[in-house]
Ligand binder design. Structure first.
Ligand code: SF4
Length: 317
């Protein structure tokens, strides 16, 4: 992938530490280096609390890392301020897990979709209705929904509105934070199909946060696996069955499907995830890994290339 596609955004050594009680530090992200390609989806997967949402928030500048660079078309987003930051942010949009929570319930759908366009002076107030109808149709909703309020719509319809608002500014990257996990499975599928169609039509890069490896592998071009703020494996979405890291393998074992053999024991990951306040020296996965050796307790593994577009951070490889 790296040779054939244009990089739209690249993170270099992105690290976030939060001060905690007793003079300690909580490391939410540690040395994260990832590339987002034009027209492609990067799925970021990991358990709740692993730092994936913290990381993706940096890309839309809802937060800033403690260290590292976020290069969007060559400009470091962490250094932008004022007008330049505002102008750049319109090209990176976010869709949240709960679209209802990100809408003003007193605004009609046409106002919700057109608000960012008006803020950036892209349309006149008199054009709102026609523009809202155009984007509603783009997300396969009737244009008449422009006059409705968010509470008159189902969860799937609200998520389509959130996508309509995100694409209205013609962004180059959309970050989707667990954008389908609150929806019924059938609705989830139609939203993923919509996102894939819009991505193809508009050549948008997508960063998709998920905790369901089964879902993400169905459409992500590359998958990055995060554990306790560390990227432990990056591989093509189509090759997820070839994952090597013991954590990714454990996530794969835990994916439910209709052909699952319930007479066999479902392998789970041993013990609890450690606190991000107490990340052990050496490999962060060591206390849950059945292959752990003395070296793993002392030396932190770094990402190494082990195949085409496939990197893994584990001393076994
Ligand atoms: Fe397990 Fe060691 Fe690999 Fe970490 S480095 S995943 S502890 S084998």
């Amino acid at each position: 992938m790296s040779e054939n596609y244009e990089v739209i955004l690249e993170t270099k050594h992105v690290t976030k530490r939060f001060p905690a009680s007793g003079g300690r530090e909580l490391t939410a992200c540690s040395d994260v280096n990832l590339k987002f390609y034009k027209g492609k989806t990067l799925g970021l997967i990991g358990e709740s609390g692993c730092g994936k949402t913290t990381f993706m928030r940096f890309l839309v500048r809802l937060d800033t890392p403690t260290e590292g660079e976020i290069l969007f078309k060559g400009k470091d987003l962490t250094k932008l301020k004022g007008k330049e930051l505002r102008q750049t942010r319109q090209y990176i949009q976010m869709v949240f897990q709960d679209p209802g929570g990100s809408f003003n319930p007193k605004m009609k759908i046409r106002d919700i979709i057109c608000e960012p366009l008006l803020n950036f002076g892209r349309i006149k107030p008199s054009e709102k209705d026609a523009v809202a109808r155009k984007y509603l149709e783009a997300v396969e909703l009737p244009g008449d929904f422009a006059g409705r309020y968010p509470h008159n719509m189902s969860g799937g319809q609200r998520q389509r509105i959130a996508i309509a608002r995100a694409i209205a500014l013609e962004p180059e990257l959309i970050v989707m934070d667990e954008a389908t996990c609150a929806l019924d499975v059938s609705v989830q599928k139609t939203i993923i199909e919509l996102v894939c169609r819009l991505q193809k039509e508009k050549n948008i890069a997508i960063g998709f946060i998920a905790h369901d490896l089964g879902l993400i592998q169905s459409f992500a071009h590359q998958i990055a696996v995060m554990y306790l703020g560390h990227i432990v494996e990056v591989l093509p979405g189509a090759d997820v069955d070839k994952a090597k890291h013991p954590y990714t393998r454990a996530l794969l074992e835990a994916v439910f499907d209709t052909k699952m053999d319930f007479s066999k024991k479902i392998e789970s990951i041993d013990s609890e995830i450690p606190s991000a306040l107490d990340i052990p020296p050496g490999c962060p996965f060591q206390n849950r890994c059945s292959y752990c050796t003395e070296r793993c307790t002392k030396e932190k593994p770094v990402l190494k290339t082990i195949g085409e577009d496939h990197e893994v951070a584990c001393h076994l490889f």
